[in-house]
Design a protein around this ligand. Sequence first.
Ligand SMILES: Nc1nc2c(c(=O)[nH]1)N[C@H]1C(S)=C(S)[C@@H](COP(=O)(O)OP(=O)(O)OC[C@H]3O[C@@H](n4cnc5c(=O)[nH]c(N)nc54)[C@H](O)[C@@H]3O)O[C@H]1N2
Ligand SMILES: Nc1nc2c(c(=O)[nH]1)N[C@H]1C(S)=C(S)[C@@H](COP(=O)(O)OP(=O)(O)OC[C@H]3O[C@@H](n4cnc5c(=O)[nH]c(N)nc54)[C@H](O)[C@@H]3O)O[C@H]1N2
Ligand code: SF4
Ligand SMILES: [Mo]
Length: 712
Amino acid sequence: MTVTTYCRICSGLCGLVVEVDGDRVTSVRGDPAHPLSQGYTCTKGRHIGALHARPDRFRTAQRRTADGQLEPIATETALDEVAERLRAIAAEHGPDAIAMFVGTQASTGSLTYPFAKAWWRALGSSRQFSTMTIDQSAKWVTEARLGAWRGGRQRFADADVWLLAGTNPLVSLQGGDLTGVPIHNPARSLKAAQERGLKLIVVDPRRTETAARADVHLQIRPGTDAALYAGMLRLLFEEDLHDAAFCAEHADGVDALRRAVAPMTVERVAAVTGVAPGEIRRATRMFGAAAKGMAASGTGVDMGPFSNLAEHLLSCLNVVCGRFPRAGEPHAHPAVLRAPRPARAEVAPPDRSWLRGPKGRRGHGHLHGELPATTLPDEIAHDGPDRVRALVVVGGNPATCIPDQERTVDALRRLELLVTIEPFPNETAALADYVIAPALALERPDHTRSYEAYFDRPFAAYTDPVLPAPPGVIEDWAVFYELASRMDLTLRIGRRTYPPGVPRPPSEAVLEDLASTGRAPLDEVRAAPHGVVFDDLEPVPIEPAGDTAGRFDVLPADVAAELEEAWAHLSRGPDTGTADLTLVVRRIKATMNSLGVRAWDAPSQRVNPCSMHPDDLARLGLEEGQVVELASDHGRVAAVVAADRSLRPGVASLTHGFGDLPAGEDDPRETGTNPARLLSATEGLQAINAMPVMTAVPVRVRPMTPDAAVSR
Ligand SMILES: Nc1nc2c(c(=O)[nH]1)N[C@H]1C(S)=C(S)[C@@H](COP(=O)(O)OP(=O)(O)OC[C@H]3O[C@@H](n4cnc5c(=O)[nH]c(N)nc54)[C@H](O)[C@@H]3O)O[C@H]1N2
Ligand SMILES: Nc1nc2c(c(=O)[nH]1)N[C@H]1C(S)=C(S)[C@@H](COP(=O)(O)OP(=O)(O)OC[C@H]3O[C@@H](n4cnc5c(=O)[nH]c(N)nc54)[C@H](O)[C@@H]3O)O[C@H]1N2
Ligand code: SF4
Ligand SMILES: [Mo]
C-alpha cells in the first residue's frame, strides 16, 4: 500500500511517500507533490521505517525489578503505579518534589507539549526543565533584558540581507523564529532568494554547507562572537548606517551603547576574532545598507563562553537598524490551523522575569516557567526536605545530553522515581524505574498546527496513522491525560478543560479541538494528502502600536558589565593556554541529537569522529581514523579523528548524542564519543540561565595506541 504522510523527526516535516506492508514500512521517498518540501528528504526521514521497526524498541511499558532489570508490564498497570507513586510523593512532600524534563522529541507530535504542559500546570510544581536551557535560552535572556518586538520578525521573502551566526540551517533545518530561514528544501529556498538579490552573511568557524553559499563568510575564531557584533555596532554608528529614527522612537540606551562599543574598532575586533578587517567592514556595510533583513543565530553563538552577551549584541544589530515589520506589513507567521497571534508594531518591554517567583537551589529564577537544566542535578542531589524525588522525562535523553554526564547520571540514580516516556533503550531508560513506550510518529494522526512558525506560506497538512501501533504503546499526550485522570487533576488547554474520570477522547477529536480556532477548515486539510497552501487566506497585518508599548533597553547595567568583562578578556587575544585545539559544536544529517545512533545500520554513522583541519592533524602528528584522548579542563574522552578542510585551523568539531553511560571503559569506534563529559555544568556558567560553555572549549589532544580504550 502506498500512503502519503510527513516526517516528524525534525521541524522540516518533509512530505513522504511510504510503502507499507502490514506493520512494516518497506520504502520511503520524498513526496514530490508536497508544496513545501517538493520531494526533499534527508537520510533520517528515509530511515523512519527502520526507526519504527528497531528490534530493540520498547513495545510495551517496562518496570525495574528488584534485581535491576527492566521487565515488560501492561501500560495500564504502569500508568496506575506511576500515578499512585507520584500522588503519594506530592501528598507527602508537595508538588515541587516532582520535576519534569521535556526533550526535543516532545515536539514531534502536536499534542504532546500542550498536554505535558497542562499536566504540569495542574500538578503545580515549580520545577520544570527542558533542553532549551542547554540550547538557546540566551534568546530568552535577551528578550527579558532587551525587550521584544510584538510584531514578530521580518520575513525572509522580502529581505535584502540575512545574517546567520553559528547556525547551519542547510543541515539542522533550524528555522522559524530562531533563524527565520525557510527550511523546506532549504538549499532550493536559499538559491531562489539569492537569485532575486538576497545577500547572505554567515558567521561560523566552519565553512558549513550554508557558509559555502554565503556572499560573505566570516570564519570566526570560536567564542569571540560578542566582540564581532560589538565591532559591527560601532561601525554601523560610525558610518550612520543605523536607523536613528527607529532608535529614537523605540529604544533606550542607544547613546550609552554607542559609547560602550567605542573601543571595539574594526582593527581590534579583527585581531580578537581572527576575521580580516575588510571582511568585517564588507559584512557590516552589507547588513547596514539593506532595507530589510535580520541577524539571527543558532547554537554556535548561544552555547559559547559569552553567549548571553553575544546574543544580546546580535539582537541589537536588528534594533539599531530597525529590522522589524511595521504596522500594515504582513506578519511572518501565516496562521492557518491556529488563531492569528496578536501582533503590534511596538516593543514588549524587558520583563526580567527570572527575578520574580521561586528560585532554584543555586539561586536561579524561572525563564518561561523553567529552571536551568544544568541545575536539575542540584535539585535532586541533596538531603533537604525540598529535594526533587521524582522526575518525569518526555522525548528527551538527559543522561546523555546535559553537560557533565557523570554529575547528571549520579543525580538521576538518586531519584526515588524516574519515569521516562521513551521508545528506545537509551541512557536515561537504563536508569529509569518505569519506561512508558510511546507510539511513534507514523502510528499517530497529526497535523501541522504547532509548526506554523516554520512555514513561509499559509500551509497545513494532516496525516492519519500510517502504521498500526504495537498494542502495548500509548501516544505521548495520552500518557499525560491518563496520569492526570488517575491523579484527579483537571487539564486546561486554551479554552478546553479535560476533567478527570472522563474517558479519553480519540486523538483525532483532540486534534480537531486544537485546530478549532484556526483560519482554515480542518476538513479541507484532511482531504488533501500532500497538504494545502491556503494562498487565499489574507496575510495577518501588523497592528499599529497600542497603549502598552514599551521601549527596547539596548544597554542595561548587567549587559554593560558583561561587555566590559568580555572585552577585557577577549582583547588580550587568544588564550588557549596548553590547549591544542578549540572544540566546537556541530550537527550532522544522519542523527537527531541522540536519536538515530544505532538506529540505522550503517557503521559509518555509529561513531561521531572528532574532525579537524588536515594541517592540525599534521601538526599534532595524527592520522585519520586514529583514536585520541581529548582532555578539557573538566574531563576527558576518547575519540576517533577525521580530517575536515571546512574547519578553521585550530578548531575541532564533534557532534553530540553519542557514547554510552559512563562505565569505566568505552571504545569510541563502537559507541562514539560523548562530548558532554568534557563540559562543566558548574564552572563558567552564564548568569541568569546557568548556560554552560558547550562550544569554543579548549582541548588537549593525545594520541592513544590504536587499540587502547579510554582510561578514566
Ligand atoms: N540533522 C540534525 N538536525 C538537527 C539536530 C540534529 O541533531 N541533527 N538538532 C536539532 C536541535 S535540538 C537544534 S537546537 C538545532 C540547532 O541548529 P543549529 O544551531 O543550526 O546547529 P548546527 O548545525 O550545529 O550549527 C551550529 C554552528 O555553529 C558553529 N559554531 C560553533 N561554535 C561557534 C562559535 O563560537 N561562533 C559561531 N559564530 N559559530 C560557532 C558550528 O560550526 C556550526 O556550524 O538543530 C536541530 N536540527
Ligand atoms: N555536547 C553537546 N551537548 C548537547 C548539545 C550539543 O550541541 N553539544 N546540544 C544540546 C541541544 S541543542 C539539545 S536540544 C539537547 C537534546 O537533548 P534531548 O532532547 O534530551 O535529547 P534527544 O536525543 O533529542 O532525546 C530525544 C529522545 O526522544 C526519544 N523519542 C523519539 N521519538 C519519540 C516519541 O515519539 N515520543 C517520545 N516520548 N520519545 C521519542 C528518542 O529516542 C530520544 O531518546 O542536547 C543538548 N546537548
Ligand atoms: S529534514 Fe529529514 S528528519 Fe527533518 S523532516 Fe525532513 S526528512 Fe525528516
Ligand atoms: Mo536543541
